[in-house]
Write a protein of this length. Sequence first.
Length: 376
Amino acid sequence: MKRFTLSQMFMGVAVLALLFALVPAEGCGEPYTRIQALSFSPDGKRLAVVKLNWRNANVPLKGYAANIARNICLVDVESATPTEIVERNFLPGNQGPAFAVLRQCPDSLAFSADGNSLFFLDANASEIRVCDLNAKEVTTFGPVTQAAHLHFSLSQDRSLVAQSSWGSGVSLLAADNAKQIENAPNIAIFSPFRSGIALSADNHWVAIRDQDKVKLYDATANLRAGPSYDCSGTGGFAFSPVAAQLAVASDNNILFCDPTTNAMRTFPCEMEIRNVQFVGADNLVIATEHGVTLVRVATGEVAARLKHDSWVTALATSPDARTVAIGDNRGHVLLWDAKTGRSSSFRAPGRSGYPWTLPAGILVVFAAFYFYTRKR
């Protein structure tokens, strides 16, 4: 085997140094992925999935994200098989702090009442889009306001759309024609990153998370301010499907709140709660870092547990209150039958941007250098 001379080694180092200087390393760092949002169709036969892929931007001492790819797909629930891609987006280059970027692709996702359309946000969270799943056409829902850090939620009868944004307040629109029903631009939302919105089953209350509070507004009285509840940590909140009862995750506790009577019950949890969803009127599923737990609403008693070896990042429950969809930070979706305990999983389709820009360049240089020295 031929040995490299000292001059050849110096030349190789110089070429590598030139390559590192000229080829942008941005977005060629460690890859990440997560399921950002899940939503069942009204008949429970399809599941909409939002998946994110991104890479470390390689900014020294900064947790910046680069080359963010977002994929929205539909999945056949019975076979746990992805069937079609609704939309793909790609944000190239350094997109800034990772925690801010990931909240710009928030978990606002819902089917229409007939199941033929899908509501979702654009990749920059500035407008609501609707995809006609039959015609394969995507249109903008409502006025184009280019609001910052927009969130939305459909009512449980899927007739209303409640939206909130940082700096633009809260508004209610009809889901079929985007006609504005209520508007309260004076409602200030101070935190663009720790936020969310939901409507009660009777469309009476609009709940909004802002910083460490869940604030309620009366949708029947020009969005007049109602009670508010503590919501510390990373936990979410959800309304019961048959009553105005609200479940709020606050650190290691679940708060069951009735905004009409202002009654409140607290149940402790062993770990910090990341998300909550009602499974019918009688049960609540709570997500922690490594699994989900089914809890009886009346007593707080644990009915079932499912351990998971990855962080749970998204939750959804089927309309028949039988199946729980669980998304994690590895890009997998788990379908859990809460009654039988059986589960199936699949990996959502996605793309990772430019994973080989720098490694491929280094490989090409080494190959060229190797063949060059062999010829000499």
